[in-house]
Design a protein around this ligand. Structure first.
Ligand code: FAD
Ligand code: FES
Ligand code: FES
Length: 1487
């Protein structure tokens, strides 16, 4: 059924007329829903609509705001809830996690829904899962947490074992934590937790007499703790905590069953009897898309509905099962289906899984997770192993557990996606579909072989009224019959394939050889439909099973799939390479299985008698070829663990000792709060879903919902916006544009540095990017507002400008933000200038040679992917003269300022309040502001509150990314006895700033400052500039250009090492700064100016402790033994300058109140976005008053409490807000000192406070902190003074950009499957100097999270725009990667398998509060150690030795195509022709 165009949307549903007749047929007309152990009252249940998701029902109707909306497309898991239902066959209750953002509300009819609120609450008591997650620091921003809690809870309900959890925790994303603490929390409650405490030797580590000498990575290393100098906590160590978490909750495992409503269990209850009837719901709710929902309970009912509504003129229907495809169409293609038919599980034949000796029969609607588990169970019988195990293995990696719990095989087949995973596998088996429909005489059935079902792109051989009743898969022969699945995606877990395949080979022993009797090779991703490689199969059939046969077949295959360069989906050469590599893997897999079969036959006389004797000789694989077999599809998922080590907690004095007066009210009971690993202040609220985010704040009565109108073109004039159609949509209240800002007397222009952006782009002006905001529609419901926004007609003039998308295009066109161009020079300019004319070095360098290198290097963009999208609630009051803005922003004051200026309101009448953010990472430092302004303008114009929460796809389209960079460099080094010593570098850094300036200048500056990383270049020139392009305006992102500056420096180190044929570790170590040397911006690395220079000793420490040399030998050994798997390693250093480079931003204020009960309320200018700022500030305040942290509270950030704040960014927040809070606290403490003296050491703070209050002492104070002028601020434009002393560092007259440096090193080892490009991160060992930590648990969490984001940036994350490289994406200039389906951040399975983090000891920092150091951004770059380790592995695998330009990110495509083996070279030549050099080929990235 084709969806209705939206203007045909019926608000009066014609199906109302059918209700009577269906009631007579026995249909119910009211849904029966249960949520959190209670039946949903009828009046509320009646509000469930057919086109409504379960999430919308729970959040909007039930007001249960614990489940979050992260993406609307099943890709993040934030919306996870548990569905419990009675299995009609077994009568057992099944508990399944599902994505409430896709599941229709009415599909929950007859089910029990458990949301996070139903699991446990702060008031009612935490469930052990929640407790474990809180105590083990598993939440940071907490937005993903409710979904993860539900997912773990559901898995426990089915099987509380670690292996089960490891296997199935694949449907949730977390952007903050790096997953390790979540893994620890989940495993700590497993039944087999105690077993897991055993090392691989089988002994429990805790009881092992040799544990102090044991060198196993898993060993509980708390032996070090015994020295009392450090604390060591490992994943293994946390397992025995089970009892602690379970305390008082003995029956927690039974909770899901106990909560399951008795009514649903008892088949004779009124409810169960009602539920046995079919259901029809006619939706008539105002201002919503209406439709009708049918739930037939028998096959006859189902087929007769399809027949009735499938007939011409009957309006049609849409069959819906898991809704994982239909839901996406509804959401993103705005399809409206007025009739949805969703069969009940009582329709047996379509929900079946049966195995007979000949056939595996799978019901067309059977959930894939059921198929997966049944396939695994069937495989236990050797008769079926080779048939059902490939299905199981493919399904393990199909979508996520939440999707598989609802999605069905029929849905996969009928959707006919060319990259479906199951369709090629079924095709290769020779499976058939059984299609059924109601015809005159009853049910008629026909069989269609799977390959014949696919007619053309997304078109299948199914008739109106037909369903896929079942799929029949023939059982394979006991011997010599093989099917194998293959899949490669951008990410292993929950990702759609790039290429997927099922291959079936059957051989027979004939004439002394094994001859291929049957070959069926099916592929997804190689054509518009699932296809069989028929020519290749022909080349195989009849030939001997041998390597040469497969080599020939591989050539045929590459010709058969001759994809052109601009093929939809791109990656033509990679896809051809993958297909050919899968065939090679098939050869290895069959060779091994064939050998096993031959041996089994030889051992079984009965079977042996059925075959010629002796059997032909089986081809033998070389030992190193066995690695070609490797496939993550069948390998067990690894147990991901980590050890965290930190110096024993202490309260250290820092900058406060210098600048604040000493004051103390410490008494006998005073406690130390600083230095402790306290849990996140909101941890338990995160875990129960009770933490309120902006979109959860209860809306005032009459609140309107907003939807933005975005431009769909650029480079043309925005001519006109016709409001008529939008305003005609029922429920739409208004549409506001630039003109409305004029009406309010407001200002439309805004920008964080230059005011070069409009809040609403005015008509008549040139549109500068796809996604520019043209207006906002507000309506009574979100649905009608969105409909209005789509209905508004926008007229564009012809495209007049050349659309510039990439940096190279901008360079060619000279398109720059000139004001951002900054450069620094040091040393001998003639040496630097000389680089230009010198030739690149060739040959073997010897001592005394000058080696010159040059090249260009690119790093990609990165989407912030904070789990909470931008959200604002704008509330007008006092006859609309005042505005309160609740926003998810890092910039409360900027939000206040621009909401005031755009609405013509004085700033004093606008308050911006920020409770917490669901992640920011820089993405909400500026780009949230214009979104809040749009809501504010609409609120002011309508006089009603307006809620505007961006859908994920819009958020990703308009809010900008980490800047992509291109660097062009020349560098030289002199070869000395020790190795190459850097001589000079000349480097130009270009960033892709997008269409407006935003923060692109400071980002470029920070890249300029970090372009030395940790290396001393005696002669150095660096210039940075931002390029003006037609992309979205790019912005701050963790690291703020620092990582993009360091990456080319590291690339130069690698380039030099490759040219010199030396170990890059040696080149790195040799060229590191020494204590006392100055950076190229004139800051001395030494105790007085920037604190101790620790990187070299940290490097040496890790090098020695890990015995890197030994490891390198082991890697070399492994690589020798494995032809197709290669390991690589890298040790990477970093230094990160701490301070805002804009001097004025280095300031912060706090307001502290002490109450007479001895509790303290702190308000400060920073926002809490998961980084634990409020927790650390509470620790500082608690320390100042000598009270436990529980007695201090930070409620929210509000501009009426602390004014003129700067955005929470630059990792500076603890430095600023810790210090200003301490300032305020000490002022109060000073006033209390006489009372402590008077009342004595026994007196509590409460009694001291009461006494002071009675004596009229002010117990509130405002604190302020701004680092000394000499420690912050750098001005590129200041000329060198004539009398500048020669002995002072060059460039230091311009100022000091940084207060100090946070430093770190990381070692990573990876394993790469070079036939596919898949990689595993085996170990990452991270050592960071964060000074004396205020909270080591939070700091370690920040390090792990930053590392993981850095790993994502440098490996799997890739932003794709519609540009010259991606001609298949249109319209030109738009973004392709606008959701988790296309943009992949690291998932649970991507964590390094061993992920160890240590905080460096003896590294106090006199320049910050309590001697601590900033931690949020600095470790980000260390995640790139994964990239360098991959590069090392690729280097070892490459057929062509020497230097190669391995750009960042190291996607599977880049890895595979950089190996330059025979297959990839052939594929590249085939696609690009011979005129371009395939060896230099760069895969198409985002930059
Ligand atoms: C986050 C996410 C990840 C995904 N990952 C993967 C992946 O890794 N690999 C992959 O291959 N796919 C993937 N998919 C696609 C999707 O999950 C599958 O196509 C799924 O099998 C669809 O089943 P469903 O029950 O949800 O279909 P629905 O959305 O309910 O229906 C889809 C279509 O099939 C029709 N239909 C359903 N059942 C029948 C039947 N028995 N007879 C006739 N018509 C029927 C419906 O009418 C509709 O036209 C993913 C989807 C999402 C949202
Ligand atoms: S909101 Fe449902 S999976 Fe993202
Ligand atoms: S804590 Fe997981 S996304 Fe923030």
């Amino acid at each position: 059924m084709a969806p209705l165009p939206q203007e045909k949307l019926l608000y009066e549903n014609d199906d109302l007329e059918l209700v009577d007749s269906f009631s007579k047929k026995g249909y119910r007309t009211k849904p029966i829903l249960y949520v959190n152990g209670e039946k949903v009252p009828e009046d509320l249940a009646a509000k469930a609509r057919s086109n409504q998701t379960l999430l919308s029902f729970l959040r909007d109707v039930m007001k249960l705001r614990g489940s979050k909306l992260g993406c609307s497309e099943g890709g993040c898991g934030a919306c996870s809830v548990m569905i419990s239902k009675k299995d009609p066959k077994s009568n057992q209750v099944k508990h399944l996690a599902v994505n409430a953002c896709l599941m229709p509300a009415l599909a929950a009819d007859g089910c029990h829904v458990t949301t996070v609120e139903g699991i446990g609450t702060v008031k009612g008591g935490l469930h052990p899962v929640q407790k474990a997650m809180t105590d083990l620091h598993g939440s940071q921003c907490g937005f993903c947490t409710p979904g993860i809690i539900v997912a773990i809870y559901s898995l426990f309900a089915s099987n509380p074992s670690a292996k089960y959890i490891e296997e199935h925790l694949d449907g949730n994303l977390c952007r903050c934590t790096g997953y390790r603490p979540i893994w620890d929390a989940a495993r700590s409650l497993c039944d087999d937790a105690e077993d897991l405490v055993k090392g691989p030797c089988g002994t429990a580590c805790r009881e092992c007499p040799e544990r102090h000498d044991c060198e196993q990575d898993c060993n509980v290393e708390d032996k070090k703790a015994a020295e009392e100098k450090s604390v060591c906590s490992s994943s293994v160590d946390k397992l025995p905590l089970k009892k602690e978490f379970e305390e008082g909750k003995s029956n927690w495992v039974d909770q899901p069953n106990d909560m399951f409503p008795k009514d649903l269990m008892d088949e004779n209850s009124v409810t169960s009897i009602a539920l046995s009837k079919p259901l029809m719901i006619v939706d008539q709710v105002e201002y919503q898309g209406s439709g009708t929902w049918f739930k037939p309970t028998t096959l006859e009912q189902l087929l007769s509905l399809l027949k009735e509504f499938g007939e011409d003129g009957q309006g049609g229907y849409k069959l819906v099962v898991g809704n994982t495809e239909v839901g996406i169409e509804t959401r993103f293609k705005h399809s409206i289906y007025p009739r949805l038919i969703s069969p009940a599980e009582t329709v047996e034949s379509i929900f079946d899984f049966t195995v007979t000796p000949e056939t595996v029969m799978i019901g067309g609607c059977t959930p894939l997770s059921h198929v997966q588990h049944e396939a695994e169970a069937a495989a236990k019988d050797p008769k079926y192993t080779r048939t059902t195990m490939p299905m199981h293995d493919m399904l393990r990696w199909f979508a996520s557990t939440q999707i598989r719990n609802v999605a069905c095989l029929g849905g996969n087949l009928v959707t006919a996606s060319p990259i479906s995973d199951m369709n090629p596998l079924l095709a290769s088996f020779g499976a058939s579909l059984v299609l059924s429909k109601l015809s005159g005489s009853g049910v008629s059935r026909r069989k269609v072989p799977v390959p014949e079902f696919f007619l053309s792109y997304r078109k299948v051989n199914i008739e109106p009224g037909e369903i896929v009743e079942s799929v029949e898969v023939p059982v394979l022969n006991k011997y010599f019959d093989y099917v194998k699945p293959f899949k490669q995606a951008r990410r292993r877990e929950d990702d759609i394939s790039i290429v997927t395949s099922g291959m079936h080979i059957r051989v027979v022993p004939k004439d002394g050889a094994f001859v291929i009797e049957h070959a069926s090779l099916a592929f997804g991703g190689m054509a518009p439909t699932t296809v069989l490689a028929k020519e290749t199969a022909k080349a195989l059939v009849g030939s001997e099973f041998s390597r040469s046969t497969f080599d020939k077949a591989q050539e045929v295959l590459m010709k058969e799939f001759n994809l052109p360069e601009g093929v939809p989906g791109g990656q033509a050469a990679y896809r051809i390479t993958l297909a050919a590599s899968f065939l090679q893997k098939m050869y290895f897999a069959v060779a091994v299985d064939l050998k096993a079969d031959a041996e089994a036959i030889a051992a079984d006389a009965t079977d042996a008698a059925k075959f010629p004797s002796p059997l032909p000789t089986v081809v033998a694989l070389d030992e190193e070829e066995i690695s070609g077999l490797d496939s993550f599809l069948s390998a067990p998922k690894p147990t991901l663990v980590g050890v965290q080590k930190y110096p024993a907690p202490k309260v250290a004095d820092g900058l406060e000792k210098e600048i604040l007066p000493a004051a103390s009210v410490a008494g006998k009971d005073s406690a130390s709060a600083v230095g402790k690993p306290s849990v996140h202040q909101s941890g338990s609220l995160h875990c129960t879903g009770e933490a309120l985010y902006c979109d959860d704040i209860p809306e005032p009565a009459g609140t309107l919902h907003g939807a933005l109108i975005l431009s769909t073109a650029c480079g043309c004039v925005f001519e006109k916006l016709d409001k008529e159609a939008a305003l005609a949509i029922p429920g739409v209240v208004g549409l506001f544009t630039a003109e409305d800002i004029d009406v309010l007397g407001g200002k439309n222009l805004w920008g964080p540095i230059a005011k070069d952006e409009h809040i609403f782009h005015p008509a008549g002006e040139k549109i500068r990017t796809v996604g520019q905001v043209l207006g906002v529609v507000v309506g009574e419901s979100l649905e009608c507002a969105e409909m209005g926004a789509r209905a508004a007609k926008v007229s564009y003039g012809p495209v007049e400008d050349k659309i510039i998308m990439t940096i190279e295009e901008a360079i060619s066109a000279g398109s720059y933000f000139e004001s951002t161009r900054h450069s620094l020079t040091r040393g001998d300019v003639s040496v630097i200038d000389g680089l230009k004319d010198a030739k690149d070095f060739e040959g073997t360098p010897k001592v005394g040679d000058i080696v010159k290198i040059s090249g260009s290097y690119s790093t990609g963009a990165q989407e912030h992917f904070y789990l909470e999208t931008n959200s604002t609630l704008a509330v007008p009051s006092e006859s609309d003269t005042n505005l309160t803005i609740y926003a998810s922003t890092q910039a409360a004051t900027k939000t206040q300022t621009y909401c005031a200026s755009s609405t013509g309101t004085p700033a004093s009448k606008v308050v911006c309040k920020v409770k917490r953010l669901g992640g920011g990472f820089g993405g909400k430092e500026t780009r949230s502001v214009f979104i809040s302004c749009a809501a504010a303008v609409a609120a002011k114009r309508t006089g009603r509150a307006v809620r505007l929460t961006l859908p994920r796809n819009q958020d990703m389209l308009i809010s900008g990314h980490r800047h992509a960079f291109v660097s062009k460099y020349s560098a030289s080094a002199e070869i000395t006895e020790e190795g190459p010593k850097l001589l000079a570098m000349d480097i130009h850094l270009y960033n892709n700033g997008g269409y407006s300036l935003d923060l692109s200048g400071p980002v470029s500056d920070r890249a300029v400052f970090h372009s030395d990383n940790v290396y001393f270049f005696p002669n150095f020139r660096v210039e940075g500039v931002a390029c003006k392009t037609h992309q979205a305006s790019h912005t701050a992102y963790r690291g703020f250009g620092g990582p993009q500056g360091m990456a080319p420096a590291e690339h130069v180190m690698e380039h030099l090492a490759q040219v010199c044929n030396l170990d890059v570790g040696l080149v790195r170590r040799l060229n590191m700064y020494k204590e006392g040397q100055a950076t190229h911006f004139g800051q001395i690395l030494g105790e007085k100016q920037s604190g101790k220079w620790n990187v070299p000793r940290m490097w040496d420490k890790l090098w020695a402790e890990l015995d890197v040399e030994k490891r390198q030998n082991e890697i070399a050994e492994f690589n020798k033994k494995n032809k197709y798997l290669k390991r690589g390693a890298a040790l990477i250093p970093t230094k990160f300058g701490v301070a805002f480079t804009a001097k004025y931003m280095n300031q912060g204020g706090a307001l502290v109140h002490l109450y007479t009960d001895g509790t303290v309320l702190v308000s400060h200018g920073g926002t809490e976005m998961g980084q634990g700022l409020h927790t650390k500030v509470c620790q500082v305040a608690a320390q100042a008053f000598g009270i436990p942290i529980e007695m201090v509270y930070v409620n929210e950030t509000a501009t009426d409490k602390v004014a003129n704040t700067i955005p929470t960014a630059a990792s500076m927040s603890t430095d600023l807000y810790g210090m200003c809070t301490l300032d305020a606290c000490r002022q109060i403490v000073k006033r209390l000192e006489p009372y402590r003296e008077k009342l004595g050491p026994e007196a509590s703070l409460a009694s001291i406070a009461s006494a002071a209050h009675m004596n009229r002492v002010d117990m509130s104070a405002h604190g302020f902190f701004a680092p000394d002028d000499s420690r912050v601020g750098f001005d590129f434009t200041v000329e060198k003074p004539a009398d500048y002393p020669a002995d002072k560092p060059e460039n230091s007259w311009k100022g000091n950009p940084f207060n100090y440096f946070t430093q770190g090193v990381a070692y990573t080892e990876v394993e790469v499957d070079f036939l596919t490009g898949n990689h595993r991160t085996l170990i990452s060992e991270v050592l960071v100097d964060v000074g004396s930590s205020v909270n080591p648990a939070i700091d370690i969490g920040q390090i792990e999270g930053a590392f993981t984001q850095g790993m994502g940036w440098s490996t799997i994350e890739e932003v794709v725009y519609a540009d010259e490289d991606h001609k298949w994406v249109r319209p030109y200039g738009t973004m392709f990667t606008t959701g988790p389906g296309t943009y992949k951040i690291p998932a649970f399975n991507d964590q390094p398998e061993i992920f160890n983090v240590s905080l460096m000891e003896d590294v106090d920092n006199p320049f910050a509060v309590h001697s601590s150091k900033a931690v949020g951004e600095p470790p980000f770059y260390l995640g790139a150690s994964v990239f360098y380790a991959i590069k090392d592995a690729v280097r070892r695998a490459r057929a062509t030795p020497g230097y190669f330009e391995f750009r960042l990110p190291a996607t599977s495509e880049r890895i595979r195509m950089s190996v330059n083996d025979e297959i990839s070279m052939k594929a590249k030549k085939q696609v690009i022709g011979d005129e371009r050099d395939a060896a230099e080929y760069q895969v198409q990235g985002s930059f």
